[in-house]
Ligand binder design. Structure first.
Ligand code: DGL
Length: 285
């Protein structure tokens, strides 16, 4: 028996989904794996579709209207094919722009990933915090509104890293990624002023936690790096309810809109995230 009770506009109340839910986790590339990992930890029983719009990667360089149109058309195809009960947009660049259009178009709950400005403002002691994101995310009104609303008492440095998402993809695919290039991308996050220094950096692109050990090693001084993935997974569980006992293993699949750049090491990395089955849904940009 299928019993679904969807919450109303804004999905503030939990969705009661008594059968095993299908969760679609969506990103432009492999960064959403950092969110997927936490979602799978929270709901190990759920069937999972990990969808990467790699044909359009990186989203950080797309204009706003182009990005809205692109995400809507890819989502149309994915929803038709997989009928998810909930979609996690594991991409700040998309979430800070496209969520209202997605919620208007589809009658399923969407959980977004947006810069963790509030947590950063709560955790800083120096009052100097940095938001490390794609150029798209740092330009969004949404991001500026978050800062005004939650970090008015702090000095917030917005850093739009042009190449860091691609470097994270390279590392995951077993390709070389130069320390000096990574160091140059994160350098503007570190500010020292009047005896105070940046002490919190929020990772506002889901690709960046893939590089965390490198970021920690290359940072000019230690800071707290905030990864919002656990909070997103908790929100997902709040909407779907807790994990249910399930005799058989959950099904998982990774779907790519291009897929041609996936090397052997990328397959191994995907398997490490629990995604052994890889498929394509060709959608050239
Ligand atoms: N992973 C995405 C994010 O969280 C963006 C990477 C890209 O530019 O496509 O913003």
């Amino acid at each position: 028996m299928r019993v679904d009770l969807l919450a109303g506009a804004g999905y503030a109340a939990p969705v009661l989904c008594l059968r095993t839910p299908t969760i679609l986790v969506f990103d432009s590339g492999l960064g959403g794996l950092t969110v997927l990992r936490e979602v799978m930890r929270q709901r190990p029983d759920a069937d999972i579709v990990y969808a990467a719009d790699d044909a359009a990667f990186p989203y950080g360089r797309l204009g706003e209207q182009a990005l809205v149109d692109r995400v809507l058309s890819v989502m149309e195809r994915l929803v038709d094919r997989f009928h998810p009960d909930l979609v996690v947009i594991a991409c700040n660049t998309a979430s800070t722009l496209v969520l209202p259009a997605l919620r208007a178009r589809f009658a399923i709950p969407f959980v977004g990933t947006v810069p963790a400005v509030k947590s950063a403002a709560e955790r800083t002691r120096s009052g100097l915090i940095s938001v490390l994101a794609t150029p798209g995310t740092v330009a969004r009104d949404y991001t500026h509104d978050l800062i005004e609303r939650y970090a008015a008492g702090c000095e917030v440095i917005l850093v739009g890293a042009g190449n860091l998402a691609a470097l994270a993809e390279a590392v995951l695919k077993g390709e070389p990624a130069d320390d000096a290039m990574i160091a140059a991308e994160i350098a503007p996050c570190f500010v020292a002023r009047e005896g105070r220094r940046t002490d919190v950096v929020t990772l506002a692109c889901t690709h960046y936690p893939l590089l965390l050990p490198r970021l920690q090693r290359l940072a000019p001084w230690p800071v707290e790096w905030i990864d919002p993935a656990p909070a997103i997974a908790r929100r997902t569980e709040q909407l779907l309810g807790p994990a249910q006992p399930r005799p058989e293993a959950a099904s998982t699949v990774a779907v790519f809109t291009d897929g041609t750049s996936l090397s052997g090491p990328a397959h191994i990395a995907l398997a490490g995230f629990g995604l052994a089955r890889i498929d394509t849904e060709p959608l050239p940009l």
